[in-house]
Design a protein around this ligand. Structure first.
Ligand SMILES: [Zn+2]
Length: 404
């Protein structure tokens, strides 16, 4: 009999413990329901400014009591809220949006909180406009044009498989451009040996939201015939036809020609560096001293007496001013974007390296230094080391519009 009350006490203690464990959450819930004044905590993670396609928003909501009711609004219009929060932006027109997430707890007070995030929906690929000055060209010519964009985008352009160098310019610098946001200028020299008749230009643009545009266009190369010239270099100068010497000298010159300054220093059309007759045009095949050396004429020869003033074909910076063995007195002017003019066989050089020169300024005096048969000026134009016909740079029929 003595043992029984102790058993009951033990049983009651155990029962009360079970009750406390069982009913505490319910008790807490009841207390929360009536007395919770805390608003839920809601966090919308940071988002990209421009979005496209279907996006997932990793919404985070914290509160003492659950379940919570969550409402999602896009520009005040209620959208379906499934979690994780997915928004199919394709269902909305492009434009500015405010996403509002409203969370309400289930207490008697209905404590509420909301958070908003702003973004732009952009499901439209960037509009890319390509303007070529000419679509029919020839080896030794050059292609120039513009790429215009109506929205910010990363752009990559390739021409005949090679990266095209683009110079970003202000849209206001050219006509009919008010609605363009970005405009790029390019100039590309067509090598004499480029295969006929069609070549591709491919352009890829990716806007800030990630929409992509690819464009492919072609230009046509028409055949151009070049004649052959036979030259006889006087015996005193034949050591200059040595291949090793020529190779070493080409290295000096190319080191300069491959450097590319991104700006544009030229102004309008180029001018012939001397007002004289052409004694040898661009591109002719040349055979020196019965085949001792065979080459291609990369420039134009102008007849010029020793001492004749030679002018800068356009404005720019002198990048080479040196007496070389085969080229003689040499000046190279950088006009920007890889466009350079070269003047050979000068008797006297009037400018120094790094000098800024203006179009028409005298840079040297004609002579017959280097590999020559008589005093003359050898004049070249190169675009990133590709020799192009200088006459294409002059104003008039060959060049319908100013270079830039
Ligand atoms: Zn020449």
């Amino acid at each position: 009999m003595k043992k029984l009350p102790k058993m009951i006490i033990r049983f009651l203690l155990l029962l009360s413990l079970v009750m406390v464990i069982q009913f505490t959450p319910i008790f807490n819930k009841v207390v929360n329901f009536f007395f919770d004044k805390n608003v839920p905590l809601i966090i919308i993670p940071p988002m990209e400014n421009k979005i496209r396609g279907v996006i997932t928003i990793d919404l985070q909501v914290f509160d003492k009591s659950d379940p919570l009711s969550i409402n999602v609004y896009l520009n005040k219009q209620k959208v379906e809220a499934i979690f994780p929060l997915l928004i199919d932006t394709n269902r909305f027109p492009d434009g500015d949006y405010v996403l509002m997430v409203e969370v309400m707890d289930s207490t008697i007070r209905k404590n509420k909180a909301f958070d908003t995030v702003e973004f732009i929906i952009d499901n439209t690929p960037p509009l890319v406009e390509i303007i070529l000055e000419k679509e029919i060209l020839e080896p030794g010519g050059f292609l120039k044009g513009r790429i215009n964009l109506k929205e910010k985008a990363l752009i990559e352009a390739k021409i005949a498989g090679e990266n095209l160098v683009l110079l970003e310019t202000k849209p206001s610098e050219f006509q009919n451009s008010e609605s363009n946001i970005l405009s790029f200028f390019f100039i590309y020299g067509i090598p004499l040996n480029q295969e006929l008749p069609f070549k591709e230009i491919s352009i890829k643009a990716v806007d800030e939201a990630g929409n992509k545009t690819s464009k492919l266009l072609t230009y046509q190369l028409k055949d151009r015939k070049f004649s052959t010239e036979f030259l006889t270099i006087a015996e005193g100068k034949t050591p200059l036809l040595d291949l090793e010497l020529l190779r070493a000298e080409r290295k000096i010159v190319e080191e300069v020609l491959f450097k590319m300054s991104k700006g544009i220093y030229w102004e309008g059309d180029f001018i012939p560096p001397v007002d004289s007759v052409v004694t040898s045009p661009f591109g002719v095949k040349r055979i020196y001293n019965q085949g001792l050396l065979i080459g291609r004429h990369n420039g134009i020869d102008y007849r010029a007496k020793k001492g004749t003033g030679i002018k800068a074909a356009n404005s720019g910076f002198v990048v080479l001013s040196e007496f070389l063995r085969a080229r003689g007195g040499t000046v190279i002017i950088d006009h920007g974007m890889g466009v350079m003019s070269l003047y050979y066989h000068l008797d006297e050089i009037l400018v120094n390296r790094s000098d800024r020169v203006k179009k028409g300024q005298f840079i040297g005096k004609a002579g017959d230094t280097g590999i020559t048969t008589a005093p003359h000026l050898h004049f070249e134009m190169r675009i990133r080391n590709v020799a192009v016909d200088p006459s294409h740079f002059y104003g008039g029929k060959k060049n319908d519009s100013p270079l830039y």
